[in-house]
Structure formats: structure tokens, C-alpha cells
Write a protein that binds this ligand. Structure first.
Ligand code: ZN
Ligand code: ZN
Length: 379
């Protein structure tokens, strides 16, 4: 059995009790009869319960008509009760090893249930079992209802993201301790991972150290390449704090003086990224924000080398809605939190990406990552 831990000072504020009600209303508006939510970010968002995904079913059942309940394996019940979910006006029930939890849920739902919203990340073996237990119910994605809620952060969530941003900034500020010529990316990455924990996270989500030509591969992680003098190095790192909120920030370093051409590339990228973070305001659409940086990079002749979207939402997951991408006409709203991370990648040569998390405010954008965005040349 594992012990649930929470930030007790902020736990209540982060997971307000009216969320189940808000989610139920949103489900009703979408024409769904119930939501079935398995362990993951949606369950934590709705109840504060950070449940482990297991082969045994844990499921929040949120009927549009009727009372919500959380069905958990009996051996997980103490952990569920001890979590913020235990303080909600919601029944928590354990199922025993010989019970069929899907049948338990089916028996408690009205027989008229025709459309259920299942957690976007529910395992296929569980959606299949629900299909068998509720043969008359069409399954749809609960995310269509919940992402609209999760996208708009409360002030308490914004505070949690800000603390995560400060934690990852402290790691970037220490980069000179670890990043130098003669070490491998993997050695540097191990030190960074230790620091991600030491500076205020409970989990390391990713560590990208792309040196020299590896900097041209956006999702390169770590390799045994030995970092060379003059190498550009892209460091993209993130973790999850005790509150459950994620950090994600990319800075570009050089170990010794980099090629002059690389400096020019970085200048263009920095100009684009600053223009984008400055452009954030309510009403601007996600695709308009993407275009702000893409146009600057294209005008400088690097258009074909900016090979990914500008950014992604962030919260209880490090990638969630809204996606800052061409084709997304969603207008930005106060409370939306997302990355702004344009990049330029010259294949097999070098590349760069600069990334901050930004929260849209009433009249602009608030950057959560505050370390310098210039090219940091380490000795
Ligand atoms: Zn990143
Ligand atoms: Zn990112």
C-alpha cells in the first residue's frame, strides 16, 4: 500500500469541492449520461486523488442524474479516503477481490444510460470491459467535456504552476555546475535529474540534453555522445511537483564559443520567442500566436526548419490542451497556461529551442520562467 501525500496547505484550494458539480453540468450540456474516470490527471483534477493506474479497476462514476461515487479496490480504500477525495461529498466504496467491479458500476447506473464519457487515458482492457457491462451505452471521450474545464486554471492552479516554474528555473540557473566539454550527455543528464528533484519536484518527467548535431533533433533525449568544445547544447527539462503540477523549460547553452552562424540562428529564434511571449493576450487565437513566431523565423529564411507547433498547454499533465498550432482557432482566455517554444533545427548540424510557460492574464501574458533567454556561453 502506498501513502498519499499532498501539499496540505494548498490541497483544499487546489481541488475545490464544486468541481464534481461543474463537471456534471458540463457532461449534461454535452448530452452525456455519466462520466467514467480512471486514474490519471482527470481523476486528480476532479477529486484530488492521485491514484495509481493498476490492473484492478479504480473509477470515479459521475452520473448526470444521481450521486457520484468512487469505486476502488478494497486494498486502496484507505489511501483514497486519506486523499482530498475523502473530504468530498462523495461515497468511496471498495470492491473485493472476487467482485466484478464493472458489474457493480453497471448495477448502480440507471438502465437508461445511453452515452457515457470515458476517460481519454482509460486502458483499452477497461473500456472493453465497460462495453460488455453496459452494452446499451455508447462510449465517447470524457476529455471533450473536461479539457474545457482543465484549460482554464484557477488562481490556485496558476500559483502551483508558478512554483513549478520557479523550481525548474533553479535547475537551469545551476547548469554551469554540470554542463562542460568532455562529459557525456548522459552524465550531465543524470546530474540534472537529481537537481530537478532537489529543487522542488517529486518526479522527473524528461531530461533532454542535445549537444552538437543532436541539438537539431527536437526530442533527442540523452546519449553517450561526449560534449565537444564549441558545441551548442539544447537543455529541455521538466518535472512534476508535489501539488501535481508540471514544469517545462528549455534554454540554449554553448560550451565555449559556438560558430558565428549558430549565434545568428539563436538571435532570430530569441527575437521570435520574445515576440510571441509579448503577444499573448485574451482574444488572440492559438493559431495567431503560432504565426507571430513562425512569420519572424520564415522572414529570416529559416521557415522550413521550424518543424513543430509553437506549444502545448500544461497543468496536471505536461502536455494538454490548448495546443498552440496552426488550425487551432481557439481564442486565448485568462487562466490558460501553455508553452511558447519555437525552434529552428538545421539537420545534422545544430538547432535551438527556447521555451517558457506563459499564463494568459486579463490583459496580457505572465511568463513563469524567468532565467535569461539569451545564449548562455559556459566556460
Ligand atoms: Zn520542453
Ligand atoms: Zn514543452
Amino acid at each position: 500500500m502506498h501513502i498519499q501525500t499532498h501539499a496540505t496547505e494548498s490541497g483544499q484550494d487546489l481541488y475545490p469541492a464544486d468541481r464534481l458539480h461543474t463537471a456534471r453540468e458540463a457532461a449534461a450540456r454535452a448530452g452525456l449520461d455519466a462520466l467514467l474516470i480512471s486514474p490519471g490527471a482527470d481523476l486528480r483534477y476532479l477529486t484530488g486523488y492521485d491514484a495509481k493506474p493498476l490492473e484492478r479497476l479504480t473509477c470515479l462514476v459521475l452520473p448526470v442524474d444521481g450521486y457520484p461515487f468512487l469505486l476502488v479496490p478494497a486494498l486502496e480504500e484507505p489511501a483514497a479516503q486519506a486523499s482530498p477525495a475523502g473530504g468530498l461529498d462523495m461515497e468511496i466504496t471498495g470492491w473485493n477481490e472476487t467482485d466484478d467491479p464493472y458489474a457493480v458500476i453497471a448495477a448502480r447506473l440507471p438502465s437508461s444510460v445511453a452515452r457515457v464519457g470515458v476517460d481519454n487515458h482509460m486502458w483499452a482492457e477497461k473500456t472493453t470491459a465497460f462495453h460488455a457491462a453496459l452494452p446499451g451505452a455508447r462510449q465517447e471521450l470524457a476529455g471533450s467535456v473536461l479539457s474545457g474545464l482543465r484549460m482554464r486554471k484557477t488562481p490556485q492552479e496558476a500559483g502551483a504552476l508558478r512554483r513549478a516554474g520557479e523550481a525548474i528555473d533553479r535547475v537551469h540557473a545551476r547548469m554551469g555546475e554540470w554542463l562542460r566539454a568532455g562529459r557525456t550527455e548522459r552524465e550531465v543528464g543524470r546530474d540534472i535529474a537529481d537537481a530537478i528533484i532537489a529543487e522542488g519536484h517529486v518526479r522527473v518527467d524528461f531530461v533532454i540534453v542535445g549537444s552538437g548535431p543532436n541539438s537539431a533533433s527536437p526530442h533527442h533525449e540523452l546519449s553517450d555522445r561526449v560534449i565537444q568544445p564549441g558545441d551548442p547544447v539544447v537543455v529541455d527539462i521538466g518535472g512534476t511537483t508535489q501539488d501535481g503540477y508540471c514544469s517545462d523549460s528549455t534554454r540554449v547553452y554553448a560550451v565555449g564559443e559556438p560558430p558565428e552562424e549558430f549565434r545568428q540562428l539563436h538571435d532570430v529564434l530569441l527575437h521570435a520567442q520574445i515576440a510571441q511571449t509579448d503577444a499573448v493576450r485574451p482574444g488572440l487565437t492559438a493559431e495567431q500566436l503560432d504565426a507571430v513566431g513562425r512569420d519572424i523565423i520564415a522572414d529570416a529564411g529559416y521557415g522550413e526548419y521550424f518543424i513543430h507547433r509553437t506549444g502545448h498547454g500544461i497543468g496536471l499533465e505536461s502536455h494538454e490542451e490548448p495546443y498552440i498550432v496552426s488550425g487551432n482557432r481557439l481564442p486565448l482566455e485568462p487562466g490558460m497556461a501553455f508553452s511558447v517554444e519555437p525552434g529552428i533545427y538545421l539537420p545534422h548540424r545544430y538547432g535551438a529551442r527556447i521555451e517558457d510557460i506563459v499564463i494568459c492574464t486579463e490583459d496580457g501574458g505572465d511568463r513563469l520562467n524567468r532565467t535569461g533567454r539569451y545564449l548562455v556561453v559556459l566556460p
